[in-house]
Design a binder for this molecule. Sequence first.
Ligand code: GLA
Length: 325
Amino acid sequence: MRCVWWTLAAGALLCLPGGAGLDNGLARTPPMGWLHWERFMCETDCGKNPSGCISEQLFMQMADMMVSNGWLKAGYRYLCIDDCWLATQRDENNRLQADPTRFPGGIKKLADYVHARGLLLGIYQDVGKATCAGYPGSQGFYELDAQTFADWGIDLLKFDGCNYGTLELLEDGYRRMSIALNRTGRNILYSCEWPLYARRLTKINYTEVAEYCNSWRNFDDIEDSWTSLKYVIDFTASLQGELVAAAGPGGWNDPDMLVIGNFGLSWDQEVTQMALWSIMAAPLLMSNDLRDINPRSKALLQDQEVIAINQDPLGVQGYRLLKVI
Ligand code: GLA
């Protein structure tokens, strides 16, 4: 519950439902940015697909686009790497390393490039022994990996939940990584998938999730289709009693990426995603190709009136009042 002074003639204290998120000073409004997964997935073959493979070149080009095409100005600040950036092995000191052929400069250099343009860099890891795509996970290395990310200048960690072992390991891992990130002293926004994986085994304690995470996924991966969007929307509504109460400055429900500007949605469906994600106080993480996006989708994603609803400082997540059909 959060309370604000409502400036009526008499002055009144208005209390709204809403949680207190992770108190690390970050994500006071829903994070905005770009994330590679839905559009580029795990394409590692740069020979066959040089412009679409997961490589430093892809992120440098997106960084350039974010600045030159008004995305940063519109509020999209986090440029985020998803799965498949890693080499298949840790180095001789157990430190994570990026795939040397696709990221020859390494992540630190990429972070410098991104920061020089006023953007922030996000990266992906997994609480379990391996990431969902099979690269080395963080289990057993939480403190070391958090320090590595801080040393590289990472600003956001998306922490996935594949290959975790037991529920205890899963939950303990999410807590430990949160503490480890905090101990590095660097501002690293912590984006979790804890409830998505734990829901299969237990009832979610959202108060606790929100104490450790700046955002959290509740539902399966979004795809570039109306069917997928509808699932996410219906699922969110079916759980809204719990979800709406958990969201607030510092911690947000994450219904997954915006797929606007791709192939699968009609114009009306794109408008619907933008409107509902904004009302739901969702992170606005686009997954599309900023080098080649149609002007109408771009204008929709950059619409300042809609973004203002998403970025409202009170951070109250909207909910479904009525279902007509
Ligand atoms: C899981 C996550 C996705 C993406 C992939 C990467 O499925 O939920 O968002 O990160 O893993 O392998």
